[in-house]
Design a protein around this ligand. Structure first.
Ligand SMILES: [Zn+2]
Length: 414
């Protein structure tokens, strides 16, 4: 690790160990500062989500991962709590500014600049989601337009009225807006000035067929971004044409470990992403097990950046993988196949038990035009050819399945 980053890591740890109760309990006496060597963090324990959740239960409401007195903090957000009790996360003026800088990196990598008008069709609720993107828009000097407190139809009108050139939302919501627009006789690729879309919250923008669908619907280039409330906005897509996400290694130390044993894995091996952030001293995450499954590689990208790259972005949650008839199946792989069918507007995947064996059931919902003949058979065949398992596919009427503005939930285990 180069000197400057190692110095920042040591400065951060020095400050955190002085006053941060959570990490003091966890780390005191485990190592001596300054850390050195090519893998300076290797002697430190991991931090898990469960530890942080337990800590917040013991020290409500904000827990003890706080380096400063609560009065120093200026922002609070919460996790979506899809896997249990939501967590609250505080930021200081300095760390909130750092979030904005990380998002500036995300936006600049896509070619967005001060001449752009960025539309945020986001409810601006308690989730950090695009609040941080909103700060990033200010950092690049772009005009930020809020789509909060509006219906999808109002958002479409507002996006056109303001002449927005950039859209920031989940991939699912970008597709939903496009479908709503079509129903109202609009063609966003033709009628809107949007040239860039930036997505987070779900892996979609790094799934080739989903990305292509967004690009066609909006007549824009689609970019992925990866981040999490607990760690920050750590990944960005560049203008090179690939389904890959760069890790912002100026601000994050990334490791990839075996999800079972925690042993570190060589470059190129699929594993769980572990992150340490350098700029969130007030409420840091040190060797945090993100639960995200990634396939990293190191090398120079066509864009000229030399960084760790996640192939396919975040592939899914480590615990999302199911074994169906001996085959490892990830939700993103199923999405990648289903989205190749332009007639399918929404879908849902259930893992059901049949005679003690896991089976895949895929429910597909066509757009207003209805399902063409042979749609179900086509999906069955495509899944069989690509994943080597035979799913059950059911076609339901338009409007049957739920729609999502934030994290879409389409994968269920029975
Ligand atoms: Zn690149």
């Amino acid at each position: 690790m180069e000197r400057a980053r190692l110095d920042r890591l040591n400065d951060m740890l020095g400050e955190v160990l002085r006053t941060n109760e959570f990490y003091r309990r966890k780390l005191e006496g485990r190592f001596a500062l300054p850390l050195a060597g090519p893998e300076p963090l290797s002697g430190l324990p991991f931090t898990t989500k469960q530890e942080l959740v337990d800590d917040q239960l013991r020290h409500p409401p904000f827990g003890s991962d706080l380096t400063y007195p609560v009065e120093r903090y200026v922002r609070v957000h919460q996790t979506s709590g899809t896997t249990g009790r939501p967590m609250y996360w505080l930021d200081t003026e300095a760390s909130w500014d750092w979030w904005g800088e990380c998002w500036k990196t995300v936006l600049e990598a896509t070619g967005v600049g001060s001449e752009d008008r960025i539309f945020f069709p986001f409810s601006f609720g308690p989730f950090i989601g695009f609040w941080s993107g909103w700060e990033g828009a200010r950092k690049v000097g772009a005009l930020a337009v809020s789509g909060g407190g509006q219906s999808t139809q109002q958002r479409l009108k507002s996006l056109l009225d303001y002449g927005a050139t950039v859209l920031v939302c989940t991939p699912t919501y970008a597709l939903h807006m496009a479908a709503e627009a079509r129903r109202s006789g609009m063609n966003l690729a033709r009628d809107s000035a949007v040239r860039v879309t930036v997505h987070a919250g779900e892996p979609g923008a790094s799934i080739a067929s989903t990305r292509q669908r967004i690009e066609e619907a909006w007549g824009a280039r689609c970019f992925d971004h990866t981040g999490a409330t607990e760690v920050g906005a750590f990944g960005f897509a560049c203008e090179a044409p690939a389904e890959e996400v760069h890790v912002n290694e100026d601000e994050f130390i990334a490791e990839v470990v075996d999800p079972e044993s925690g042993a570190s894995l060589p470059d190129g091996a699929r594993g769980e992403l572990v992150l340490t952030n350098l700029g969130r001293v007030g409420s840091p995450a040190i060797r945090y097990r993100t639960g995200d499954l990634v396939e990293p590689r190191r090398g120079t990208c066509a864009c000229g950046r030399d960084s760790l790259v996640l192939r396919g972005g975040v592939l899914g949650r480590v615990d999302d993988m199911v074994v169906v008839r001996g085959v490892n199946v990830f939700p993103s792989a199923v999405e990648g196949i289903v989205r190749r069918f332009p007639e399918v507007e929404e879908f849902r995947v259930d893992v059901v038990q049949s005679d003690g064996m896991a089976e895949l059931k895929i429910t597909v919902e066509p757009g207003a035009a209805g399902a063409p003949a042979g749609l179900a058979e086509g999906v069955v065949e495509s899944v069989r050819d690509n994943l080597h398992i035979r799913p059950v596919v059911e076609v339901v009427a338009p409007g049957t399945l739920p729609r999502f503005e934030l994290k879409a939930r389409r994968f269920f285990r029975g």
